[in-house]
Design a protein around this ligand. Structure first.
Ligand code: RFL
Ligand code: PHB
Length: 394
């Protein structure tokens, strides 16, 4: 197999997979290099909330058939605090918009299957170790596969290798400005065989944040705020259920149904942006360039938004030779990124207990929740960001 392609994509997460489909649609050759096995990538439990733009993209790419059949639509978002309930009617506050619940690993499975069916090349267990010549016009990706070192020569490289990938680090020192904010807590997430609450429910409680989401009518996806480096052995199932009931105001244990917990994990909560998202012929997209705290449910959607911009810019280059959109790539993406960072930070600040909070800070937080409860403007701000800001012309 000739080891040469137009766009070498590092990473088969949502960013890399969406990009490969978008490029294929434009007739641009690409290869994905992914360090993990297909089973590992397809089994990773992560996001669950898709903006309409992300759903539309799945359909446009012809990969939305199972999504259409199996997804669930969320018309509302509930926030519980101090015995009160904020019920945000999403369509009512956003001219009819909703969000879709469909697990990230299902998106990934569908995109991989469709890509391979169309004859696309995804190399699993191909670990990228270095990028060469990103300042020139023949960059190359060095990777290890089956114990051997290989080189993939490209016109462009898309760094879609997530926060812990190698691409961002290949940019020379002094080029990137890194913006970082690490929150003093994590999320302990579980999957449980139990019917979910009717609405997506976020809770602010004295003991910390909780979130009740779902994956299907029989599978709940539940989270509780914990310490950033929480030891899972300190969280037997009974403790998780106790905290969930208390934090959502279900002391009578009648609302939230319990079931067998079959997956548990801890996730750090951070905001991070690397700018610019491009150096020479290397373009960063998705978590490789930015992380948002999960409270806004935006990471996957932002990854999809980045590669939409990148695919259009690459298509312009390959069809006309123009660099104009490639030059604008980083600025175009960062405008959306910073608005999403802002919203995710807002939701995180609104809903979590911070160890540093003084009684004053706590009162202000509760007043903010009370404001959202009673003000259409306050509710609209959350709703319009939650369903996804419109795409500006790019
Ligand atoms: P990914 O998914 O991390 O994929 C990167 C891929 O690159 C591979 N890789 C390499 N391959 C080759 N060589 C190397 N040297 C490599 N290094 C890494 C990795 O194996 C991997 O396959 O990044 P991508 O594509 O940018 O996608 C980002 C999303 O995964 C992420 O933003 C979301 O999961 C965030 N997120 C949520 N986003 C939403 O839009 N809605 C949500 O409801 C939502 N909930 C969440 C979330 C993330 C969570 N966690 C676990 C961080 C809930 C949680 C708990
Ligand atoms: C999820 O279903 O995993 C989920 C939902 C909402 C969030 C984060 C994660 O804000």
């Amino acid at each position: 197999m000739a080891n040469r392609t137009a766009v070498g994509i590092v990473g088969a997460g949502p960013a890399g997979l969406f990009l490969s489909h978008l490029l294929q649609r434009e007739g641009i050759d690409c290869v994905i290099l992914e360090s993990r096995t297909r089973a590992h990538v397809e089994g990773r439990v992560r996001a669950g909330v898709l903006e309409q733009g992300t759903v539309d993209l799945m359909h446009e790419l012809g990969a939305g058939e199972r999504l259409r059949r199996e997804c669930m639509v969320d018309q509302a978002l509930d926030i519980r605090f101090s015995g009160r309930l904020i019920h945000l009617d999403l369509p009512g506050l956003t001219n009819g918009k909703v969000v879709t619940i469909y697990g990230q690993q299902e998106v990934v499975k569908d995109l991989i299957a469709a890509r391979l069916k169309a004859g696309g090349r995804i190399e699993f267990e191909a670990e990228v170790i270095a990028l060469d010549g990103i300042d020139g016009d023949r960059p190359a990706i060095r990777y290890r596969k089956d114990g051997k070192e290989e080189t993939l020569t490209c016109d462009f490289i898309a760094g879609c290798d997530g926060f812990h990938g190698v691409c961002r680090g290949a940019i020379p020192d002094g080029v990137l400005t890194l913006y970082d904010s690490i929150y003093p807590f994590g999320w302990l997430g579980i999957l449980s065989e139990s019917p979910p609450l009717k609405e997506m429910t976020y809770a602010n409680h004295e003991r910390g944040f909780a979130l009740c989401s779902r994956r299907s009518p029989r599978i709940s996806r539940l989270y509780v705020q914990c310490t950033p480096d929480e030891d899972l052995s300190l969280w037997p199932d009974a403790r998780i259920w106790d905290e969930l009931h208390i934090r959502i105001g279900d002391e009578g244990r009648s609302d939230l149904k319990e079931g067998r917990i079959f997956q548990k994990g801890v996730t750090p909560v951070r905001s991070f942006v690397a700018a610019p998202m491009r150096h020479g012929r290397l373009f960063l997209a998705g978590d490789a360039a930015h992380i948002v705290p999960p409270t806004g449910a935006k990471g996957l959607n932002l990854a999809a938004a980045d590669v939409r911009v990148l695919a259009r810019a690459l298509a312009e280059f390959f069809s006309t030779g123009s660099n104009v959109r490639l030059e604008r790539y980083s600025d175009t993406c960062l405008r959306r990124v910073w608005k999403v960072v802002r919203f995710s930070n807002y939701m995180t600040s609104l809903l979590h207990r911070f160890p540093s909070h003084t009684p004053f800070d706590r009162r202000v937080q509760l007043a903010e929740l009370d404001y959202v409860l009673t003000s259409r403007a306050g509710g609209t701000t959350i709703a319009e960001n939650y369903v996804g800001l419109p795409f500006e012309d790019f």
